[in-house]
Ligand binder design. Structure first.
Ligand code: G3P
Ligand code: MG
Length: 247
């Protein structure tokens, strides 16, 4: 099995949802803050619109993080383009757009941020989302270090693998199931991503034995991060950039 590798070394911390707690989630403002504070890598969530285009958003619906209403997968690009995705967080972020994957890629390249794109399909769109995101990532990051693609959806990961076999993948679980290694191998994933609270030492031991880095979300306390690193975790997704000392 050929496991596509990263062209960059894993950092200790990925800014979660672009800018962690310092900006509205999944926005360009978050990317700028992360870069300004010296973060080397960011994670963000990507979902398809009604037009099948990839946009940065976490929820299947627009209400929590924008002034839009309804399902992302039923909303046209023209409508998403007009939304405010900043004011919900703080008035200072009013006018912050909902970013397309293209806009986020452009800015990440400019700021030299390494990226973990989390494929976040709306229910029923798993395969399409995986394939579209993989093809877009291949195109948008052509000639530079490719992002790491991850997903809770194994259907999305399999579709991404088929659409762009060269991309490094991460298998994402809340709690790794007993057969996690077989699942990681099925899509030739590079890394295992899971909730910090549900990581047990047997999983870590087996990951180490198989050369699979483990990345944990969401870790916001420095002591918790230090304890995970001491156990062998390679990186954490965090809302706090000062969560680890040396990045
Ligand atoms: O990819 C790690 C983490 O972002 C997964 O959880 O819900 O924040 O996307 P969530
Ligand atoms: Mg995420």
């Amino acid at each position: 099995m050929i496991r596509p590798r990263l062209g960059w070394s894993l950092p200790r911390v990925f800014a979660h949802r672009c800018g962690g707690a310092l900006a509205p989630e999944n926005t360009l403002a978050g990317l700028r803050i992360a870069a300004r504070l010296g973060v080397r890598a960011v994670e963000f969530d990507v979902m398809l619109s009604a037009d099948g285009s990839p946009w940065l958003i976490h929820d299947e619906t627009l209400e929590r993080t924008s002034n839009g209403v309804g399902a992302v997968c039923e909303t046209r690009d023209a409508c998403l383009r007009a939304l405010d995705a900043g004011a919900y967080r703080h008035a200072a972020f009013t006018g912050e757009p909902l970013p397309s994957l293209e806009a986020a890629a452009r800015l990440c390249r400019q700021l030299r941020l390494m990226v973990n794109v989390e494929i976040k399909p709306a229910a029923g769109f798993e395969a399409t989302t995986g394939a579209v995101v993989a093809r877009c990532v291949r195109e948008l990051w052509a000639g530079v270090e490719l992002p790491l693609l991850s997903s809770f959806s194994e259907v999305a990961l399999a579709a991404a693998r088929e659409a762009a076999p060269e991309l490094p993948l991460g298998s994402l679980f809340e709690r790794p199931p007993a057969d996690w290694l077989a699942r990681v191998n099925r899509v030739a994933a590079l890394s295992l991503h899971c909730a910090a609270a549900s990581l047990d030492d047997e999983v870590l031991r087996s990951a180490r034995a198989n050369g699979i880095p483990v990345l944990c979300y969401t870790v916001n306390e420095p002591q918790a991060a230090a304890a995970l690193f001491a156990r062998g975790v390679m990186a954490v997704f965090s809302d706090r950039f000062d969560c680890v000392g040396e990045n």
